[in-house]
Design a protein around this ligand. Sequence first.
Ligand code: ATP
Length: 334
Amino acid sequence: MGETAIRTESLSKRYGTVSALRGLDLELAQGEVVGCLGPNGAGKTTTIRLLLGLIRPTSGRAEIFGLDCQRQTVEAHRRLAYVAGEANLWPALTGAETLHLLGRIQGRVDAAYRDELIARFELDPAKKVRAYSKGNRQKLILIGALMTRPDLLLLDEPTSGLDPLMEQAFRHCIGEARERGQTVFLSSHILSEVEALCDRVGILREGVLVEMGTLAQMRHLAALTVEATFEGDVPDLSAVPGVSAVERDGNVVRLQVRGTVEPLLKVLAASGVRELLSREPSLEELFLAHYGAGAPAGDAAAGGPAPHGAALGDPGSDEPAPGGAASDEPSHAE
Ligand code: ATP
């Protein structure tokens, strides 16, 4: 029986009038790879900073491997490694010196794996950090985290700035971490990344976890897309129970159906349908369904898919400083 890697109970964080996180109940078993999706300002970074003990919750609590993230921060940090979306590193050090320093802080390094990662990510460790591109700085902190083989990887938009080839290398590393029984909690905007890597996915919206489950479970909750081609007259399908978003293009009808498809199949069977295609929603469609314009947080699952591009913006405006601890509180980290 594995340990519980992460547990939060009613974890909440307010910044002045902004509720960055509201009543988060989260549980990750050891060995799980869980992705956290959400638009800008949804509370992803806040969640990770609370787990790191970098900021104090307004209410609720969080534990990592049974260790209180606030009171046992140092012990908790021995079991985890953190990658921020934007690396704040020492510009005058070389890549190799930075890895040495990060390794000393963590206390354990798998040197053979570190060298393998440097080769895989095609990083030149002799260069000074200030001479690295954003992508190369990102590779450096990824290597710095992965080389310690931590029990828990907390990754906040870990692939920002990486090119597709390096994104592939990252995915490979997460696959390896999974095989070794490491736990991974990552936030991302890249749906294909989350889809490819994660056992479970959570969707945050305005500080509320509006959905959590496997992709299969989430797809089950969402609408199925159906395309029907008719021999002759096209029937009116808009009144069929469960059907929405009906679009007609000549003798082809596209629509969405939620819940049982039986009423729709009955109507189609009686209407001379020639071809029928159906597919489950992509993660992108599921994600957009949770950000439909005007869908209130906590009730988003009820909404249909939003038009593309809708409401993926930032509900709050004041972004935290990248990489470091939040500005309003002292750091509790080592
Ligand atoms: P992104 O995808 O842009 O990184 P996010 O999901 O990580 O977004 P958070 O950074 O957790 O979102 O922010 C959640 C909310 O809390 C936002 O409204 C943000 O403006 C606010 N916030 C975060 N940090 C602070 C801070 N130090 N002071 C004031 N408000 C903050």
